[in-house]
Ligand binder design. Structure first.
Ligand code: HEC
Ligand code: HEC
Length: 382
């Protein structure tokens, strides 16, 4: 053996053997950042951080797609076929743990391997259910054309349950890593940061080609997602359309309050309102016969049954005492936490003044990111 190769070998020994390829490590830490952002913005950010939340969630989805393919195209230890998933192996591992034994062979132990499978699939479902909720409830995002309001509500429930389960899985994962490193001294942290470990008899990965393959795959996944989003976002919107308010409606119905969007009541509801204008919530709001006809035909042609937005389905089509939007079960449920003083403030004035907090109330969309409770509403009315 020449001196040269011996030096090289000694050098490799000092650096350790590569057990986590670079793409896996970049994936892992990007996932940590994206999932942390998504969980925090989802739980703490409310509606204001929705776009940060959605961006983080879409990043998670992209990372999950990358990882699913990397299960088959990645390095030796990254491949699903090398995971010790068999129940017998899990049993043996757990029995070993109870006896104070755990072995590090460069790959994942059975509990860790199952945890990866659970988290990757759970995060995939979590981000998909989020996009379904966004599509159904907000009529936005790539799944907009495929999910109804009811489907969006169901997806929202699934989304929240999965988020709690993922948080529990993360806690379990951290506990597992803590135990492996602290109690058994396994170099898991070094493996996921530097990629290399010092462990006798452990097989190493071939680094270079995997880096190139990972970079190409990441670019392909990003391009495919961008293309899919463009294609899906371009589908026609069947649930909302812009409407031009009839002149008679603006003239007669936008003085005392803003012009309510026609999708907030059904044609029958509007007919009842129009029939009782002489005693309209304590006011005389009578209109000429011609205007009455024009207004009703505009309202009926664009009523709650002709829109499938959250507001049209859950407020417009819902029964309400005196046809009051604020008497629908959905409205009360979603606004119950808002203090009475805010509605009574000068900036808002009344519960029925939707426009004070919903910047898109006139369009009938009522999107979550357009909710903005005036900051001056917290000041007392002088
Ligand atoms: C003279 C003033 C006035 C005019 C004109 C008027 N309204 Fe009203 N409207 C009211 C008042 C007052 C309320 C009750 C608001 C409240 O209690 O906060 C109300 C409430 C409503 C509500 C129920 C909102 C809710 O949930 O509380 C609808 C729907 C409505 N008006 C439709 C119309 C239509 C359609 C027209 C035109 C034909 C019209 N209004 C014209 C004064 C008026
Ligand atoms: C004082 C401010 C305020 C007023 C006035 C108000 N809202 Fe809201 N609305 C909110 C807030 C805040 C939320 C978000 C509640 C939550 O956290 O889920 C909301 C949620 C909603 C939602 C669900 C939006 C979504 O995508 O989740 C709809 C629909 C809605 N409001 C309709 C109305 C209508 C119709 C009116 C008028 C009759 C109205 N709101 C009046 C503040 C207001």
């Amino acid at each position: 053996m020449s001196l040269d190769t011996r030096e090289k070998r000694e050098g490799a020994k000092a650096a350790g053997v590569l057990v986590r390829d670079l793409p896996v490590r970049v994936f892992h830490w990007s996932l940590v950042a994206a999932v942390t952002t998504a969980l925090l913005s989802g739980w703490l950010g409310g509606k204001t951080l929705l776009w940060l939340h959605v961006s983080a969630g879409v990043t998670v989805l992209g990372l999950v797609i990358f990882r699913l393919i990397w299960w088959f195209a990645g390095g030796y230890y990254a491949r699903l076929s090398t995971y010790p998933l068999h129940p017998e192996k899990v049993k043996a591992h757990l029995r070993g743990l109870l006896a104070g034994r755990s072995r590090f062979d460069g790959g994942h132990n059975p509990a860790g391997a199952w945890m990866i499978v659970a988290m990757v699939s759970g995060l995939g479902l979590l981000s998909l259910s989020g996009l379904a909720a966004l599509g159904g409830l907000e009529n936005a995002g790539p799944l907009r054309a495929f999910v109804s309001v009811g489907g969006g509500e169901a997806a929202g429930e699934v989304h929240e349950t999965l988020a709690a389960l993922i948080a529990a899985a993360i806690a379990l994962h951290l506990a597992g890593v803590f135990m492996e490193t602290r109690i058994f001294g396994h170099p898991l942290i070094a493996a996921m940061t530097k990629g290399r470990v010092h462990a006798p008899g452990v097989r190493g990965e071939s680094g270079g080609p995997l880096v190139l393959r990972g970079a190409v795959l990441a670019a392909l996944v990003a391009a495919a997602m961008w293309w899919a989003n463009q294609a899906l976002a371009g589908l026609p919107d069947t649930r909302w359309r812009p409407v031009q308010p009839a002149a008679a409606y603006v003239d007669n119905c936008a003085d005392c309050h803003f012009a309510y969007h026609p999708s907030l009541r059904t044609a029958e509801g509007w007919r009842r309102i129009m029939a009782g204008l002489s005693s309209h919530y304590g006011e005389d709001a009578s209109v000429s016969e011609a205007d009455g006809k024009a207004i009703l035909s505009y309202l009926a042609a664009n009523d709650a049954n002709s829109f499938s937005t959250l507001a049209a389905v859950r407020i417009g089509r819902a029964p309400a005492k005196d046809e009051r939007l604020t008497e629908t079960a959905f409205w009360k449920h979603r606004h119950g936490h808002i203090p009475k003083a805010i509605f009574a403030s000068r900036a808002v004035g009344a519960k029925s003044n939707c426009k004070a907090c919903h910047r898109d109330a006139e369009s009938g969309r009522f999107n979550a990111w357009n909710i903005h409770v005036p900051s001056t509403a917290k000041e007392k009315k002088s």
